[in-house]
Design a protein around this ligand. Structure first.
Ligand code: GLY
Length: 350
């Protein structure tokens, strides 16, 4: 088993182990004195792992209630979270009780948000089952839902008390969802680790996935420790996300996945960096090559002007500018605010 400690607030552990789901109850019991656990999952994941996790929780003495929502990004809206907290109230969860999120990024983001607002905040545990959630979203305490105006616009910082990662759950992922997670792995290499990027470029990521998860989580844990609330360094984790979120919004959050959109966003930003003399020429092609290797897209059907216009609700904006993440080179990133009137030119539109 591999473990990583995230020293934020009270601090919490991330355990990575094949088969950890089969003894998750013991780990959870060690960190929570709850009587009741609200297990939150989606309609796909509950069928695969619901019984195992529920049985584990009951075996160590928790009283378990279960909330299941329709799988997919379309569920990631305020109404679903309100329904979750109403369910917790109906089941009389108290401040000492616990939420366990079993699923991908949508599940973790929503269950975490529900835990952050129910009774003004109760504990939650993340059991991420998708690659995207294992390498990125389950770590660091960002929780949110989408609004019609944009992605993740309504949420809270609420750190989990424990993250349990079972790489065996990746065996049931469709190739599409594996690719989706690879976009965040590629992003991690781009912003922080040229060696990670080289590795996934030269090897088959699937064959070394345990190491890749460990490397991504270690990098992310370090960033979150140094900058929990995204006042500085944490913003680097948003590389490709500003155009990516705009693309997701243009597709109504349904016909394109988060990873696909972020992949296109990374190529857009790298190209803009090259055109503006910031990023070495050839970087965008190299990123595009790795994205294609993992069956991800490198361009979108929407034109550049529409994507730029859809960026206007991004969280990283201020009144007169948007903060973009750019690359000095693969593995070396920085942020730069660009004035609204200069953004079209920065992306080569004028
Ligand atoms: N996924 C970006 C972050 O956690 O900051």
């Amino acid at each position: 088993m591999k473990s990583i400690k995230v020293n934020v607030g009270k601090g919490y552990n991330i355990f990575i182990e094949k088969g950890i789901l089969n003894h998750c109850g013991d780990y959870i019991k060690q960190v929570s004195g709850a009587s009741k656990v609200c297990l939150i999952s989606d309609t796909n994941v509950i069928k695969l792992y619901g019984d195992t996790v529920k049985q584990q929780l009951m075996q160590v003495g928790f009283d378990v209630c279960q909330y299941v929502f329709e799988a997919g990004e379309a569920s990631k809206k305020p109404e679903t979270v309100i329904s979750m907290v109403e369910f917790m109230a109906e089941n009389e969860l108290t401040r000492g009780d616990l939420v366990v999120a079993l699923g991908g990024g949508v599940c973790g983001d929503m269950a975490g948000f529900a835990a952050s607002i129910y009774l003004r905040g109760i504990d939650f545990v993340q059991i991420p089952t998708s690659l995207l959630a294992q390498v990125d979203s389950s770590v660091g305490g960002k929780t949110a839902v989408d609004l019609p105006q944009g992605k993740n616009l309504c949420g809270a910082f609420h750190q989990p008390i424990l993250v349990l990662i079972d790489p065996n759950t990746l065996d049931t992922l469709t190739p599409h969802f594996f690719s989706d997670g690879m976009a965040e792995v590629i992003k991690t290499g781009c912003i922080k680790s040229a060696s990670l990027f080289d590795k996934i470029e030269s090897k088959d990521a699937k064959s070394i996935i345990d190491d890749i998860i460990f490397e991504c989580v270690s990098i992310k844990a370090g960033v979150v420790e140094r900058d929990e609330r995204e006042h500085g360094e944490r913003a680097l984790l948003n590389f490709g996300h500003t155009p990516g979120h705009a693309i997701e919004k243009l597709h109504g959050f349904t016909t394109i996945s988060h990873g696909e959109a972020v992949g296109i966003g990374m190529v857009m930003i790298a190209k803009a960096g090259e055109a503006n003399g910031i990023t070495p020429v050839g970087t965008a092609d190299r990123i595009a090559g790795v994205l294609q290797k993992y069956s991800l897209m490198v361009s979108d059907s929407n034109d550049l002007a529409s994507i730029i216009s859809a960026m206007n609700m991004d969280k990283k904006r201020s009144a007169d500018s948007i903060k973009f993440v750019l690359l000095h080179s693969i593995g070396d990133s920085f942020t730069q605010s660009i004035n609204n009137e200069d953004i079209p030119r920065f992306f080569g539109l004028e």
